[in-house]
Design a protein around this ligand. Structure first.
Ligand SMILES: NC(=O)c1ccc[n+]([C@@H]2O[C@H](COP(=O)([O-])OP(=O)(O)OC[C@H]3O[C@@H](n4cnc5c(N)ncnc54)[C@H](O)[C@@H]3O)[C@@H](O)[C@H]2O)c1
Length: 248
């Protein structure tokens, strides 16, 4: 999760982020000092790191400690781990999101809250085409928890308690480092491992179509989602504050 303090992100999208006075990066584990993927971010005096558990209700209160704030909520238990430990998945993904939204609700400024959700909110299948009319019936605990978060965010936004927007990400490839617990991790592994000289067998039929995107496109689109006015969001995404993030 990222909490951005003090103001507009506009200059972040179109140039140097001079309007952002502080960025709090919160996660249950922090990257070791000196080993960040982006050393310039680590060196930026505006950036601080908080190690915390978003499933603990006290965490949201500790993080959202000022009115002039935007929240990018990305922390989650992924699909594979969610099937193995559904209690943890609901605790982190749903209870954590709810605590965050509740805290934001009681700030004076109706904070803008961006959450990341997934195609797992649908039951899937190679033939699935997602339209506005398609019923969302998740087939995993992860997908169910994400769907619950979408609906909760929608209702909090409808009531004017937060200014929420949800981006349904397609699979982000190629992930650096070791595989994570997402069932879609294979889409990264099939590119990453052979580049390191490691053979891999793709556990998915080779005629299955799957939407993927790169991390730069996701970051840019999440910022655009944040920057869009309420009118733009309403006009383009309709009354439901959720959009699919597919391509850069
Ligand atoms: N990567 C994808 O392809 C993809 C696709 C669709 C949706 N998403 C969504 O995007 C977001 C980011 O995904 P990612 O791929 O970077 O996953 P990731 O597993 O790399 O990141 C999730 C982060 O959440 C943190 N976390 C887990 N439990 C926590 C807790 N109790 N408290 C605080 N932090 C905790 C983990 O340490 C991890 O850094 C997630 O919400 C995910 O559901 C990702």
């Amino acid at each position: 999760m990222v909490a951005l303090g003090s103001g507009k992100l506009t200059s972040c999208v179109s140039g140097p982020g001079t309007d952002v006075t502080s960025v709090v990066l919160a996660d249950i584990s922090a990257p070791p000092a000196g080993q960040w993927v982006c050393p310039d971010v680590e060196a930026d005096a505006r950036v601080s790191v908080v190690t915390c558990d978003i499933g603990d209700p006290a965490t949201a209160t500790m993080l959202v400690d000022q009115d002039d704030i935007s929240v990018f909520h990305l922390s989650a238990i992924m699909s594979g781990q969610g099937e193995e430990d559904p209690d943890l998945c609901y605790r982190v993904n749903f209870d954590g999101t709810r605590a965050l939204l509740e805290t934001c609700r009681h700030r004076a400024t109706c904070p803008r809250v961006i959450i990341t959700t997934a195609g797992a909110t649908f039951s899937g299948g190679a033939e699935m085409v997602v339209t506005d009319e398609l019923r969302s019936v998740p087939a995993t605990t992860y997908g169910t928890s994400k769907r619950m978060c979408e609906l909760l965010l929608n209702d909090y936004t409808r009531k004017g308690w937060v200014d929420g927007r949800a981006g349904r990400l397609s699979s982000v490839i190629v992930r650096a480092g070791a595989p994570n617990a997402a069932t879609t991790g294979a889409y990264s592994s099939v590119v990453r491992e052979p580049l390191s000289g490691v053979d891999i067998e793709l556990p998915i039929a080779d005629d299955v179509s799957h939407a993927v995107c790169g991390h730069r496109g996701v970051v840019r689109n999440l910022l655009l989602l944040h920057e869009a006015s309420a009118e733009q969001v309403r006009e383009t995404i309709s009354l439901f504050w959720i959009c699919s993030i597919v391509n850069p």
